[in-house]
Design a protein around this ligand. Sequence first.
Ligand SMILES: N[C@@H](CCC(=O)N[C@@H](CS)C(=O)NCC(=O)O)C(=O)O
Ligand SMILES: [Fe+2]
Length: 370
Amino acid sequence: MTPIQLFDAASSTYTYILVDPATREALIIDPVDEQLQRDLDVLRDNGLKLLWTVETHAHADHITSAGLLAEHAGAKTAAPDGCNIGTVAVQLKHGDVLRFGSQELRALHTPGHTAGSMSYVWDGNVFTGDTLLIDGCGRTDFQSGSATALYRSLNEVLFALPDDTVVWPGHDYHGRSNTTIGAQKQGNPRIAGKTLAEFKAIMDELNLPKPRRIDEAVPANLSSGLRQDAGGGPAAQPKPAVGYAGDVSAHLAYDWWQAGDAVLVDVRSDAEREWVGFVPGAVALAWKQWPGMAMNASFDEGIKAAVPPGKKAVLLCRSGVRSIAAARRATELGIEAYNILEGFEGDPDDNGQRGKRGGWRLRGLPWRQG
Ligand SMILES: N[C@@H](CCC(=O)N[C@@H](CS)C(=O)NCC(=O)O)C(=O)O
Ligand SMILES: [Fe+2]
C-alpha cells in the first residue's frame, strides 16, 4: 500500500496520511499547522476518519497541527517518548504499535537528529522523519543531536529493514519523493560505506544555517502546536481570523450577548460545566463529550437550532482551542461565529495551572458552580 504524500513548500516538509481501505480509518504523520485546512479537506474528500496524529520528533522548522487536528477531527495524538511533548495522549516507546482499521504502524527509536527521534514502519514502507533523508540525513548539531547515535540508527536499525522497503522522508529540499532502503545503503553519500569517524567528520563539516523558525517552533511543538497568547485586557474589536468570523475577548462577547446581538454557546463537555463551573443562561452544546472526548454527532443540529438568523454566535470552551474548531464548523453551516479568547479557564501559568492567566472566570464575568 502507498501513503498519501503531502508537501509544505515553506518548510519542505512531507506529511503522510495512511489509510486502512476497509474501514477508512486513517493516521497522519508530521502534519504542519499552516496546512490544517488542506489536510482537513483531504480527510473529508476521501471520507476518512482520522484516528491518530503521529510526530517523528519535535520539529525545529515548522509547527505541528497535531493539537488542532485532535480538536477538529477527533484524532488522538502520539509522539516519541523521548521528545518531551507533554501534551500527547500516547508516549511511544520502541516497538509500540498504533492501529487503524486492520493496519499497524510500528515505532522504531532512531535517535541522532534528536535524542527522541523515531521512524515508523507500515506495510513495506518506513517513514524516517529527519533520521534518513533521500541521499542525506538529518543534521545533528542542535536539539540533542548526536552523529554517533545517528550512525547507529542508520546502520543498525533502518538498514536492517528489507532492501525493498520504501523510504518516505520527513523533508526533501530537491523535489524528490521517496527512495528505498537498498538504494540508500548502496549510495547515500553521507553514510554508505563510511566508518563512524568519516561520518562524524561529514556531519561536523555541514555548517548549515540555523532553521529560521527554530526559536518559535520548538517550544510550540512541545505542546502539540497549541500556542495560547494570553494576556490583554478587554478587546474593543474582534480580531480577524481564518475560517470563522473572528476572535473576541470575554468582555466583548459578554457585551454582545447581554445586548441580545449574540447567543453565548458553551462548547465544553457536560462534565466540565458540571464540575468546573458554568455561565447561567448560556446554551450548553458540547463539541466533544467526556469520557473519551468523542465528537458530538448532534453539534450541527444543535448550533443551527440555538442561533437564530441575524444573530452572532460567541463560542466558549476551556482555553479557546475547541471553540476555534467549533467556530469553524458553525461558519461552514452559515453562522457568524466568533471564538472567545482564553476560554473559561484561561491559559496555563508557569506552573501549568489554569485559572490564573486570563479566561472568563478570572476576568470577573458571571458564572456559577454546582
Ligand atoms: N533552511 C531550513 C532548515 C533546513 C534544516 O536545517 N533542516 C533540517 C531538518 S529540520 C536538517 O536536518 N537538514 C539536513 C540537511 O539539510 O542536510 C529552515 O530554515 O527551516
Ligand atoms: Fe527536524
